[in-house]
Design a protein. Structure first.
Length: 162
């Protein structure tokens, strides 16, 4: 039986220019209390390298990294039912409040989707928020997506405009 899980609030500096969207935090991230906590997920290593910053393992350092570079981070879903961590197991999704986010962060000009599922969800339910903004689907930083780390890093650098 699926249990209802609730995502984290956004990391949203008011001057954010880029928004990175995942689908829903993994079981490991929910357990650890912050985004992309699974040690095999490359998100934080990619962000550090792409932004030419040292890798940081603690939550405050990771949040500060995004704030320094005007990057907001959130998920498309506020809650859902899911067993495990796979996007394919998501049932009864409930969307996050994007009206509120874009009002709080009016400078967001680019939206990056961390993987195809996040993009599909957003396009199906929230595509109107892309009007006037550029966007791109990035390769998932999950270890389940088997593209090489070097290729993921190169595409994320390009997506971030670096």
């Amino acid at each position: 039986m699926s249990e209802r899980i609730v995502a984290f609030g956004p990391v949203a500096p008011p001057d954010a220019r880029v928004l990175v969207l995942g689908s829903m935090p993994s079981a490991k991230s929910l357990e650890q209390g912050f985004y992309y906590a699974h040690p095999q997920n490359a998100f934080w290593r990619i962000m550090a390298q792409a932004l030419d910053e040292p890798f940081c393992e603690d939550i405050d350092g990771r949040r500060a990294l995004l704030w320094r570079h005007g990057i907001a981070l959130w998920d498309v879903l506020e809650s859902c039912e899911r067993v495990g961590s796979l996007d394919s197991a998501i049932r009864k999704p409930c969307l996050n409040d994007f009206d509120g986010l874009f009002q709080r962060c009016p400078c967001i000009a680019r939206v990056l989707f961390n993987g195809a599922f996040a993009q599909r969800l957003f396009m199906k339910h929230c595509a109107q928020y892309l009007e006037g903004r550029s966007w791109a689907r990035m390769p998932s930083t999950s270890p389940a997506y088997t593209l090489s780390y070097e290729r993921k890093l190169a595409q994320w650098r390009e997506g971030l405009g670096l």
